[in-house]
Design a protein around this ligand. Structure first.
Ligand SMILES: C[S@@+](CC[C@H](N)C(=O)[O-])C[C@H]1O[C@@H](n2cnc3c(N)ncnc32)[C@H](O)[C@@H]1O
Length: 372
């Protein structure tokens, strides 16, 4: 069961039928149609609230419950949804009391037509869904009929997307609560016959298995060793730690026709990511071809808004003063030659042993980093 503190597991198998019924009832209600009116990349709670205020009746109640984090009277819900509340409550997905129902820090979205329970935006999320999640979804092309692997699956948006073309999908997630939520999303989208979730550390739980597609949105932000950061985002000093581990498993786990796609960000000098030489060596050693497509180089010096927001996020977790943290970030990035952070998609396949950089970044004012 999932507690309000998001510490324990969900028993999704017990509520699979209720989840399918909820999906069907929400489809009929129009809630999914409303969700598709919002830009999917950004959680914009104020826009959701303004929109809900314009809508009357049960649809507004559904937005208040599933999107806005409000408690609503159970009697105001459509009867098909009210009927499944006991099951959802016993699984920890909703909470009830005094005739009301509310969600425990969760929201229910429908990116790319797939129902997705994930965590309400939070400074230190454990069940992450964000703009980088969709940046990877947008770039995914899994082999039809193949077996796909989603490493660092979180709530599972990429795994669910893979299931549109792949015959089988395995999702790997190290956090038990996120893994349970991923299973919940699989059940809600009625895909349990084609997907499985393994709880564990990257390739440890798929030993000896080979996949046609490997996708990952790993923890990806550059964080100095002695600085605290949300686990879902801490990619090590240059941002590439988990990506190296994923790459190192490809020779054993990627099929001959396979492709691996990873999104991430890594320190750069504003032109070349600091891992470029290392990627060349890795590609040559394993006879893989790597294409690193960079969509943005974001300034990351001590005056940058990027470093300010990184140090504020670390400060919210550790309680250390943000200005002191900012100095530690700036010193560590400078030591590694990182005046910028490059946002990229990496695609790796078996091939001739080359690593190429395709820099499509553009100068712009927008905060968007995954698209030019
Ligand atoms: C940035 S989130 C991405 C979640 C999801 N794939 C998405 O894009 O919305 C990274 C996820 O990786 C998980 N994770 C971190 N290290 C891991 C590891 N060694 N093995 C498996 N999962 C890991 C975290 O718990 C988190 O859920």
């Amino acid at each position: 069961m999932l507690s309000s503190a998001l510490e324990v597991d969900i028993d999704e198998a017990a509520v699979a039928a209720d989840l399918r019924e909820l999906a069907a009832a929400l489809d009929r209600s129009g809630y999914g149609e409303i969700l598709t009116c919002f830009l999917p990349q950004k959680a914009q709670a104020h826009v959701w609230a303004q929109t809900a205020a314009k809508i009357d009746g049960p649809l507004r109640t559904l937005m208040e419950l599933f999107l806005l984090g409000r408690a609503v009277p159970q009697d105001d819900l459509p009867s098909r949804i009210a009927d499944v509340l006991p099951g959802l409550a016993s699984a920890g997905l909703v909470q009830t009391g005094q005739g009301a129902v509310w969600l425990p820090n969760l929201i229910l979205l429908r990116p790319m037509g797939q129902w997705l329970w994930c965590q309400r935006p939070h400074p230190s999320p454990t069940m992450y869904f964000g703009d980088d999640s969709l940046a990877l979804v947008h770039r995914m092309v899994t082999h039809r009929g193949g077996h796909a692997l989603d490493l660092c699956a979180g709530p599972g948006v990429q795994a669910l997307t893979a299931a549109l073309r792949s015959e089988r999908v395995t999702a790997v997630e190290i956090n038990p609560v996120a893994a349970a939520l991923c299973r919940t999303n699989i059940a809600m989208n009625d895909l349990t016959d084609r997907m499985d979730v393994r709880l564990g550390d990257l390739y440890d739980v798929v030993r000896g298995e080979v996949f046609d597609d490997i996708v990952s949105n790993p923890p990806l932000l550059p964080v100095p060793e002695d600085v605290q950061f949300a686990f879902v985002g801490d990619g090590g000093r240059d941002g590439f730690d988990v990506s190296w581990t994923i790459l190192d498993g490809l020779p054993e786990h990627l099929s001959d026709r396979g492709a691996c796609r990873i999104v991430g960000c890594v320190l750069s000098d504003g032109y070349v990511p600091v891992v470029m030489n290392g990627l060349g060596d890795w590609a040559a050693k394993h006879d893989f071809d790597v294409l690193l497509t960079v969509t943005a180089h974001v300034e990351a010096d001590r005056d940058s808004s990027f470093l300010r927001s990184m140090s504020l996020m670390s400060s919210a977790i550790s309680g250390e003063p943000a200005d002191r943290l900012l100095e530690r970030y700036a010193a560590d990035y400078a030591e590694l030659g990182g005046s910028h952070v490059a946002f990229y998609e990496l695609c790796a396949r078996r091939g001739g042993g080359s690593a190429r950089l395709a820099d499509v970044s553009a100068t712009k004012r927008s905060a968007e980093v995954w698209f030019v």
